[in-house]
Write a protein that binds this ligand. Structure first.
Ligand code: SF4
Ligand code: SF4
Length: 418
């Protein structure tokens, strides 16, 4: 094979993102479709890419998107040539499973390339119709659920929590749109408030002044709107001069923790998922888990707490919040943890990420059902997680199952055991 003349393609672009390098350098090895062969446990659960498993054609895989990108960059196709382009690009949960596997064979930036392509799509053709309501909701209401701003702090009524617009506190509790506004899920944020109070943590909330972290925008290619929100948020948080920003939402955690850094937004606080913080409280003896809860459980690693939460360091394992939830579960007397086949960086996505929950419900549910099947195969009575998108998507899929499995939020489980 003739070597490329352009020296740009011979250098190793660590720390840089070069779309053409990532696309051209793909060896079409298919590694990104499967759990790394050293960790595969069965054929049934060997896939790592929901999009490829569901739609079967190579173009729907990560490898296929490398071809799409290369042909687009080299001007051999345009994004409006075929309606299939939209499907290939947006029926992807942006779970990063492929990206994690690709990083085992080369230092590619496949997920960054998908985001870059989605941004190009949105700037050339506008947002896809399936995402317009989501975009409008964030623009008009600063949240993803078309809810008035005044509903943001309804969950905290009568809880006597510090208002950070008036008082200072060591910890900012960032509730996120879904835990803050969904009536079905607000028990989680209330449980967080109760635990922090019981452990005498100095914390407060922004209430009506809290705005979306921007995570869905970043995933659906609305970069301009995302950057606007991210800048506004960092400015607000920095002014509070708190030491820690704590969130129970995996999406907010990955976005404020990693994506804000990627945009070089300087933060004067540390970002922690509530689960990490609860592990610290447990280790310091402030959190006391006493009650016995006889329950067989399995832990679902949300992508945004795992492979989408840490910067990639070449040559190092892909890290994430993997041990803290497992340690908390093991600390509850009576709880037995049964692991699924695909865990940590190999975890199968719940199906709700990347705008798929909003735009392509059939695919989101199909993906969730596979995860629930995997959870049931462990013999667990309940699947436990700590992400509102995973909870909503898995919860919806459970409703349609004949033999159901329980679904629990880790924080609520801990409250039950206090
Ligand atoms: S693992 Fe990486 S190099 Fe291999 S086909 Fe996938 S994107 Fe290309
Ligand atoms: S991000 Fe997830 S769904 Fe999308 S191509 Fe990669 S593994 Fe498949």
């Amino acid at each position: 094979m003739e070597l490329p003349k352009d020296p740009r393609y011979l250098k190793y672009p660590v720390g840089e993102f070069d779309p053409r390098w990532t696309a051209w350098n793909c060896s079409r090895c298919s590694v990104c479709k499967w759990v790394d062969s050293w960790h595969v446990k069965s054929w049934k659960y060997a896939s790592v890419c929901p999009q490829h498993k569901r739609y079967r054609f190579d173009s729907y895989s990560c490898q296929g998107k490398m071809d799409l990108a290369l042909n687009y960059i080299d001007k051999k196709i345009t994004l409006k040539d075929s309606s299939a382009v939209k499907d290939v690009l947006f029926r992807c949960t942006m779970c990063g499973g492929c990206d994690a596997m690709d990083k085992k064979v080369r230092d590619g930036e496949t997920l960054k390339l998908f985001k870059w392509l989605r941004q190009k799509y949105v700037s050339e053709l506008g947002p896809i119709p399936e995402h317009r309501a989501l975009l409008d909701s964030i623009k008009n209401y600063d949240n993803v659920w078309l809810q008035p701003r005044t509903r943001r702090n309804v969950w905290a009524k009568d809880m006597n929590i510090k208002d950070l617009t008036k008082d200072k506190a060591e910890v900012i509790l960032f509730t996120g749109c879904t835990y803050g506004l969904s009536q079905e899920l607000q028990g989680t944020i209330q449980a967080v408030g109760k635990i922090l109070k019981a452990c005498k943590v100095d914390f407060g909330i922004l209430g009506e002044k809290e705005v979306c972290c921007g995570s869905p925008l970043e995933k659906i290619g609305a970069e301009e709107e995302f950057t606007r929100l991210a800048k506004q948020n960092v400015e607000t948080f920095n002014t509070l001069k708190s030491k820690i920003l704590l969130t129970p939402c995996a999406g907010c955690y990955g976005t404020i923790g990693l994506e804000y850094d990627e945009r070089k937004l300087k933060k004067n606080f540390k970002v922690l998922h509530v689960v990490e913080y609860l592990e610290e409280l447990l280790n310091s003896g402030k959190l006391k888990i006493k009650k016995e809860l006889p329950l067989k459980v399995t832990w679902h690693d949300p992508c945004h707490m795992g492979r989408l939460s840490r910067p990639y360091v070449p040559g190092k394992e892909i890290d994430g919040v993997y041990e803290a939830p497992r340690n908390l579960l093991k600390a509850i007397p009576g709880v037995e943890l049964y692991e699924m086949e695909r865990i940590k960086e190999y975890a199968w996505c719940c199906g709700g990420g990347g705008g798929v929950f909003t735009g392509f419900k059939d695919f989101a549910q199909w993906t969730a059902l596979e995860r629930l099947e995997e959870a049931k195969d462990t013999g667990a009575q309940a699947i436990v997680t700590s992400c509102p998108w995973c909870e909503s998507n898995l919860g919806n899929a459970i409703k349609g199952m004949e033999e159901k499995i329980g679904l629990k939020n880790l924080i609520e489980l801990i409250t039950e055991a206090l």
